[in-house]
Design a protein around this ligand. Structure first.
Ligand code: GSH
Length: 199
C-alpha cells in the first residue's frame, strides 16, 4: 500500500497516526509541495483535488483523509477504531465530519494563513471563528469524557487530533480549553503514537 503525504500536512498526519497505532507496513511517498508535486499531472491522476493525503492499494485509489482513515481502520483495525454496527459507526463519523468541516476550514485554514499567507477562503478572523466552533464542541465533550466517541480511542480522536493540536499556530491558544489539552496528552500517550515529521 502506498500512502501519499507531505510532512507539514495535518491531514497526512492522521494517516501516519492510525497506521503506526495499528503497526501496518506501508510505503510512504512524500509529495513535495515545494516542487508543487501535488499539482503535477501524474499526481492528479491519483488525487484530482491536488491535495494530500491519498492511498493507492492495488486497484483501490482514495483521495480524502476521512476515506483513507475509514479504509485503514476497517481493513486493519477490526472493530475498535471504526465499529461496523450502525449507531457506534455513526457516532465516530460525527467527529470525522467535524474534522472535515469546522476543523479544516477554521483551524487548518487559520494555520495555513499565518504560516503561508494564504487567505483565499476568507479573513483570518472568519477562519478563527470557525475554528473556535470546533474547539467549543470538542471541549464540551472532553470536559466530561476521556475520548470523543464510545468511551475508548477511535478514529474520532485521530481525525480531530492534528488541527486541535496546531490551533495555536492559527492564532488560537488552548488555555481556554483544558479538556482538549488533557485529551491531546492522552492521545500522545497511546502505545506507538508517532511524532509528526521533522520539517
Ligand atoms: N478534505 C481533504 C483536505 C486535504 C487538504 O486540505 N490537504 C492539504 C494539506 S493538509 C493540501 O494538500 N493542500 C494543498 C492544496 O489544497 O493545494 C482531506 O481531508 O483529505
Amino acid at each position: 500500500m502506498k500512502v501519499y503525504v507531505w510532512k507539514q500536512s495535518g491531514n497526512s498526519y492522521k494517516l501516519r497516526v492510525l497506521l503506526a497505532l495499528l503497526g501496518v507496513d506501508y510505503e510512504e511517498v512524500m509529495v513535495d509541495f515545494r516542487a508543487h508535486a501535488h499539482k503535477h499531472a501524474d499526481y492528479l491522476k491519483i488525487n484530482p483535488r491536488g491535495q494530500v493525503p491519498a492511498i493507492v492499494d492495488g486497484d483501490t485509489v482514495l483521495w480524502d483523509s476521512a476515506a483513507c482513515l475509514v479504509y485503514i481502520a476497517r481493513k486493519f483495525g477490526g472493530e475498535q477504531w471504526l465499529p461496523s454496527t450502525p449507531a457506534p459507526m455513526a457516532e465516530v463519523m460525527n467527529w470525522t465530519a467535524l474534522a472535515g468541516n469546522e476543523m479544516q476550514f477554521g483551524l487548518q485554514y487559520a494555520r495555513r494563513g499565518l504560516m503561508r499567507g494564504i487567505y483565499s477562503a476568507g479573513t483570518l478572523e472568519q477562519m478563527q471563528a470557525n475554528g473556535r466552533v470546533a474547539l467549543d464542541v470538542l471541549e464540551q465533550r472532553l470536559a466530561q469524557n476521556e475520548w470523543l466517541a464510545l468511551g475508548h480511542p477511535t478514529l474520532a480522536d485521530i481525525a480531530c487530533f492534528p488541527y486541535a493540536e496546531t490551533a495555536p499556530q492559527g492564532g488560537i491558544g488552548l488555555d481556554a480549553y483544558p479538556g482538549i489539552a488533557a485529551w491531546l496528552k492522552r492521545c500522545k500517550a497511546l502505545p506507538n503514537w508517532p511524532e509528526r515529521w521533522k520539517v
